[in-house]
Design a protein around this ligand. Structure first.
Ligand code: ZN
Length: 436
């Protein structure tokens, strides 16, 4: 196994002198060496030289509903340092995807300033911040992982569910939901018949050969008597955080559609979309949205992932936020008491973006939810149920074609690999190949 450390450059480099850069390089090298063997910042500090032994090491664990700010707050890290840490991590770490139980470590000097900060989303990936004269230097340490591909073939049987049959051919339980989700995007299973065939190719990463890190479905094929032949391929952009990373047909049509989430915890419609007598002006107007009654201060959620295009105030709408989604539609949230996101921010589905209020022209606390289509016309939010992933085009389509050819080759190789037992508790044999 080769030891590869991906040390990412930081923006600081452009603004600091040569000495500072040397210091940053030295810090990164030190971190990389230590992190190759040490599993916590405590071990790192213990191994470090005299001065650092005076540092106080704190840690805290992600709880349900936490963001990084909440964790840092509980660790008693001062406000100035909290802001710097979030800025230093936000481009490299998916801060919206923190999981309960993950642990953050911070080493503080005698003045209470953070000297080191460590976050490991899984045992093989460590994000480190080291204090420099101008802020924090970021480094990422990727510990060696084993990558395994496994291939599965089977056919539907009388009296067996899809998940049951996927399990029977040896697909690990942790991947069954993903596989069946992809198949159900294209295949109308109420029309599937016993004897219909499927083939699946998985790629999974393990740390120290046994600790599961991540897995993806590279390929799923279904060949049915009535439902026809369908194939899905995993596409990867060079940017691992790209929203285009998903499953597509060979022609680049997306298989995954994102359903809209609710903007509030409780939906109580006080005024629907369409023509109405306006409660304040008394005139007949078209109401370009849906009003939901809700107490002041209730959290307002993004109905789907997207980028904030408007976060501002006007006399009619009060505090308003607009989010542009992948299919170029826009959801609008009005009369808010609090706006929680700025223009340009990326938001996740169901992320809190603000609080219900009664700002602007409003008779009481409520959320006005509006929706614009890709041509910027208001549409009825109740009729908008899905955000479609666009078709891949241009460079992306060319990249998909190349990846499709690679996946087909890998499927052949893995199907020809020796069969091994799927796991200790079953006799099911699986075709498996270790890539590295
Ligand atoms: Zn309204």
């Amino acid at each position: 196994m080769s030891k590869i450390f991906f040390l990412l450059c930081v923006a600081i480099v452009a603004f600091t002198g040569c000495n500072e850069q040397k210091k940053i390089d030295a810090l990164k090298q030190e971190n990389a060496k230590l992190e190759a063997t040490a599993d916590s910042l405590k071990a790192l500090i213990a191994k470090a030289h005299g001065e650092t032994s005076k540092w106080l090491v704190k840690n805290d664990t992600v709880r349900a509903g936490d963001g990084l700010f909440q964790v840092l707050y509980r660790m008693n890290i001062n406000e100035k340092e909290r802001g710097k840490i979030v800025i230093a991590l936000q481009d490299s770490v998916e801060l919206a995807a923190l999981r309960v139980g993950q642990v953050f470590y911070a080493a503080l000097d005698s003045a209470g300033d953070v000297q080191r900060f460590r976050y490991a989303p899984n045992p093989a990936t460590v994000h480190m911040l080291s204090k420099t004269d101008s802020g924090f230097a970021y480094s990422r340490i990727d510990k060696p992982v084993t990558v395994r591909q496994s291939a599965f073939e089977g056919s539907l049987e009388v009296g067996s569910t899809l998940n049951g049959i996927l399990y029977k051919v040896g697909i690990p339980g942790r991947m069954i939901g993903k596989v069946s989700g992809i198949l159900q995007c294209k295949v109308a299973f109420q029309l599937a018949r016993p004897g219909d065939k499927f083939r699946i190719l998985l790629e999974e990463k393990f740390y120290q050969d046994s600790i599961w890190i991540s897995g993806k479905v590279l390929y799923a094929e279904f060949n049915g008597h009535t439902v026809g032949h369908h194939e899905a391929f995993r596409y990867e952009d060079p940017d691992p955080k790209s929203t285009f990373n998903a499953h597509y047909t060979e022609k680049g049509e997306a298989l995954i559609y994102e359903g809209l989430r609710y903007p509030l915890d409780r939906l109580h419609i006080t005024s629907p979309y369409g023509t109405r007598v306006h409660p304040i002006t008394g005139r007949t107007t078209v109401h370009h949205g849906i009003d939901y009654g809700s107490p002041k201060g209730s959290p307002v959620y993004a109905v789907a992932a997207g980028v904030v295009t408007v976060s501002g105030y006007d006399d009619l709408s009060g505090n308003k936020i607009a989010i542009r989604h992948r299919d170029n539609s826009e959801s609008w949230y009005m009369h808010l008491s609090v706006r929680g996101v700025n223009v340009g921010a990326k938001v996740a589905p169901r992320q809190v973006i603000g609080k219900v209020g009664s700002t602007g022209r409003s008779t009481g606390p409520h959320l006005h939810l509006g929706f614009k289509d890709a041509k910027r016309n208001w549409i009825n939010p109740a009729r908008k149920t899905m955000i479609a992933t666009p078709k891949l085009e241009g460079n992306r389509l060319a990249r998909l074609k190349k990846q499709v050819a690679d996946i087909r080759k890998e499927l052949e190789l893995t199907l020809a690999a020796p069969a091994v037992k799927a796991n200790d508790s079953t006799d099911v044999l699986v075709r498996m190949r270790v890539l590295k």
